[in-house]
Design a protein around this ligand. Structure first.
Ligand SMILES: Cc1cc2nc3c(=O)[nH]c(=O)nc-3n(C[C@H](O)[C@H](O)[C@H](O)COP(=O)(O)OP(=O)(O)OC[C@H]3O[C@@H](n4cnc5c(N)ncnc54)[C@H](O)[C@@H]3O)c2cc1C
Length: 413
């Protein structure tokens, strides 16, 4: 039985390890940090947003982005870097900003979303949803602009509920403070919310009991060792680690590891922030998870806490928390949901979304016969983790994929 080494113990690497073990491979996971799920998968928005998958790159986005840059609490920040990877990524992003490409990518991501939803459901007998705060809460997208709302209403899924402003607030009373500024909302049933970090920890625990799982090795992978067109080992902080196949699932750090082996991965760290605040008995926290469309802010009740996540900052790979950005997010949260949680007791967090220019992940083979990728899940890594892992396991087994993966392959390496 082939032995596979998965690099990265975030939600993507853990899900990959699970489905590879289920597919009959012997699997070892290598993770740099002391605990799994402690990088981008730590305090994300918690949305399992299987149908709200349209990538950021779309017609009109470059112009909108310029406007956002001048807004005080705008969702976007840009700081030019000397790193040519930033400029290369931006150029590729601009090339993806057209309606046709967006439509094609969205169609593929909807299939990945459906696969992911089903894969998550398949997990539930072995990993009870209660272990990671999973709730089938539905998702309410609220619009301030009438034109945006009408456009979205025209495209809403058959089972979505298109709601007036008053009906939106009646559906989710935590939005009462916005009743004067909302044009309306669209409620999508079947979308879920959960704690991504708790999912990672629970999945690691479950993996340890899997007969095909060889364990987690805590080591920093410095380089992929390449010989005669194949990876022959990993050079790590604790020495060489070897296997038959290698899966790169190291989030944004995948681009450095691949780069050192001569493979260009079109990934850029889109930095985002989250706030986590305890919900007290007297608070009016949302039951449904909410996306404020124009402000690009997500709100979710995760266990006894309110999670608010937002911001897309193109400022390099630093995890430093910029006070100005956190203050902006706090202002937006208090304006939208002033009584939802104890904002005096907030924990702040910043994470790096490992994003491709087109918005779809990269799953599958590389030019090295035994090196595989599961990277670039951007803003939807929790949502797509289980489906991507199933696709990857299928690719290693040589199965015919359940749908065309053209948009999810590495094209320029
Ligand atoms: C603010 C914010 C909100 C978000 N909200 C949502 C949401 O609501 N829904 C959703 O679906 N997604 C959301 N996301 C996106 C999601 O969090 C990411 O796409 C996802 O966590 C990426 O997972 P990953 O496993 O690929 O990367 P990571 O979680 O970063 O995992 C990579 C792992 O690899 C390890 N690693 C890296 N380099 C090495 C090395 N050299 N050696 C050994 N190990 C290494 C790291 O330590 C890490 O544990 C959000 C992200 C942010 C920042």
């Amino acid at each position: 039985m082939s032995e596979i080494v998965v690099i990265g113990g975030g939600v993507t690497g853990l899900a990959s390890a699970w489905w590879l073990a289920e597919a009959g491979f012997q699997v070892r996971l290598v993770e740099r940090e002391a605990q799994v799920g402690s990088m981008a998968s730590y305090r994300n928005g918690g949305q399992l947003s299987y149908r709200y998958v349209s990538p950021l790159a779309d017609a009109g986005v470059p112009l909108k982005a310029l406007q956002w840059l001048f807004q005080q609490d705008g969702p976007l920040r840009f700081r030019p870097e000397a790193d040519p990877r930033q400029w290369r990524w931006l150029l590729q992003f601009l090339r993806h900003c057209n309606a046709d490409t967006n439509r094609r990518t969205t169609a593929t991501l909807l299939q990945l979303g459906e696969l992911s939803r089903n894969a998550m459901a398949e997990l539930s007998p072995v990993l009870p949803p209660s272990a990671f705060g999973w709730r089938d809460a539905g998702k309410l997208i609220v619009y301030r602009s009438r034109a945006q709302f009408e456009r979205a209403a025209a495209l809403a899924a058959a089972d979505a509920e298109v709601l007036s402003a008053a009906a939106t607030v009646a559906r989710e009373p935590a939005l009462a403070a916005l009743h004067r500024v909302l044009a309306g909302g669209i409620f999508n049933p079947g979308e879920a919310v959960a704690d991504c970090h708790a999912f990672c920890v629970a999945l690691e625990l479950r993996l340890r009991a899997h007969p095909n799982f060889l364990g987690v090795t805590h080591a920093d992978v410095h380089a992929l060792m390449v010989e005669a067109g194949r990876v022959c080992g990993l050079d790590t902080s604790i020495g060489r680690i070897g296997g038959d196949h290698y899966v790169l699932a190291a989030g944004i750090d995948s681009r450095n590891l691949a780069g050192r082996a001569g493979i260009y991965l079109p990934l850029y760290p889109l930095k985002g922030y989250s706030l986590t605040a305890p919900i007290r008995a007297r608070d009016h926290a949302p039951e449904i998870s909410v996306t404020d469309f124009e402000r690009k802010v997500l709100y979710a009740r995760i266990g006894g806490r309110l999670r608010v996540a937002a911001m897309v900052d193109l400022v390099g790979a630093s995890l430093a928390i910029e006070r100005r950005r956190v203050q902006s997010l706090m202002r937006l949260a208090k304006e939208a949901m002033p009584d939802a949680a104890d904002y005096g007791n907030v924990e702040t967090w910043a994470g790096l979304r490992p994003a491709t220019p087109g918005g779809g992940p990269i799953i599958g083979a590389t030019r090295y016969g035994n090196l595989w990728l599961n990277v670039g899940h951007g803003a939807l890594g929790f949502t797509f983790a289980c489906g991507s892992a199933k696709l990857l396991a299928g690719a290693l087994r040589g199965d015919t994929p359940p749908f065309a993966l053209d948009g999810l392959r590495l094209t320029c390496s």
